[in-house]
Design a protein around this ligand. Structure first.
Ligand SMILES: [Zn+2]
Ligand SMILES: [Zn+2]
Ligand SMILES: [Zn+2]
Length: 153
């Protein structure tokens, strides 16, 4: 999805909910659009937007992130390291990507292949449960960290 489409979507959603597109909110969303493959924490976003707007506060960034998540423009993710991350929500997408999380350096990779349709179908049948979505996280070591571990080991 293009940057301007996403901004338009933001403006419209804010208006529907009677919020204003303040420069701060716009900047926060822009930080994500400028870093499409990163999963940013509030601190990451803060350090990005502070470059353009030195007087923005961390609390404002937090509030904007919460608001954008409530509007489903951002998706909040927890990779188990005690810090919430956010990424741009894929609106209208039927399937969300999955994450590979390195336990050493914290790098997060995304992947799209999915072999879970068959599993979902069998779980659905067995438990008479209609599945609409799933979330998968794989924890391990990225190739660089694996090489380091092999070297040390
Ligand atoms: Zn790593
Ligand atoms: Zn992601
Ligand atoms: Zn999947």
């Amino acid at each position: 999805m293009s940057v301007s489409t996403k901004m338009k979507e933001l403006r419209q959603k804010l208006r529907e909910n009677q919020y204003k597109l303040t420069p701060q909110r716009q900047m926060v969303l822009q930080a994500f659009l400028d870093h499409p493959n990163r999963h940013l924490s509030a601190e990451d976003v803060y350090s990005i937007v502070r470059d353009q707007s030195p007087d923005i506060g961390l609390a404002t960034v937090y509030r904007s992130l919460e608001l954008l998540s409530e509007m489903n423009l951002l998706q909040k993710i927890d990779f188990g390291d005690g810090r919430s991350r956010y990424e741009v929500a894929e609106s209208g997408a039927t399937h969300h990507h999955h994450h590979l999380i390195c336990l050493d350096c914290g790098q997060v990779k995304e992947y799209d292949d999915d072999l879970l349709e068959g599993l979902e179908a069998s779980i659905s049948r067995k438990h008479r449960f209609t599945i609409v979505d799933h979330e998968v996280k794989f924890y391990g070591y990225c190739s660089q960290c694996q090489a380091k571990r092999d070297h040390e080991g």
